[in-house]
Design a protein around this ligand. Sequence first.
Ligand SMILES: C[S@@+](CC[C@H](N)C(=O)[O-])C[C@H]1O[C@@H](n2cnc3c(N)ncnc32)[C@H](O)[C@@H]1O
Length: 229
Amino acid sequence: MSQQLFDQYDRSYGDVVQGSIDFSGLKHDFFLQAKADLMREKIAAHFGMKKPDGLDLGCGVGAFHPYVRNYFARYCGVDISEKSIEQAKAARSDVEYAAHDGAQIPHADSSFDFVSAICVMHHVPPAQWSSFMREMRRVIRPGGIVCVIEHNPWNPLTRLAVNRCEFDADAVLLRAGKTEALMQETGLRNIESDFFLMLPWQHKAARAVERAFSFAPLGAQYMTCGEVK
Ligand SMILES: C[S@@+](CC[C@H](N)C(=O)[O-])C[C@H]1O[C@@H](n2cnc3c(N)ncnc32)[C@H](O)[C@@H]1O
């Protein structure tokens, strides 16, 4: 496997992200918790009491996993950066980590109920977006969910953070509409996008306001989910 961009950030990933968002006065933890809260709501609404088997595609060093591990029965993470996967493995033994070549996810068809790609697609060359989405769909069982969380290019503060982040030099941001179209092409159904990270607070009232306006492209990020029938 060739040396990957994120191999250089296996030990500094959190610090580099924090450096790019310092201007907001918010900690990386705030952003991770906001994603985890929205994911928990999606999982509860779709799967009820059942804990799904989950895969995090492009999981990096696994920074997100302490926030969501409990939502899943089995939980796996894969990434093209071998060094990031080594860091993730060293940090957690309750997640199954594997490096891969970026073309084929190293899991069989219909292995999971829920697959996420969190801030990954903007690092994937646009010519590969369709095949990336097909791979996500391939590993999902009927009734399962494909979930993409991405930066919202309409948000000027998001653009500022991306411009300040040294590992985002290659980033090609996707609008939610583009992510929805890719899911539609892949045959996913009931595709929905929720914008979030609009307000700099995480208490209940702030979350309620965010959810009420989740249809509007205001938040710093969005989550698009589609179902496999
Ligand atoms: C910005 S980091 C996000 C890491 C993690 N998802 C998070 O939110 O903390 C992007 C990650 O995507 C990975 N990546 C890029 N292209 C990929 C691909 N085709 N398949 C899997 N992972 C990929 C990179 O190696 C990197 O670890």
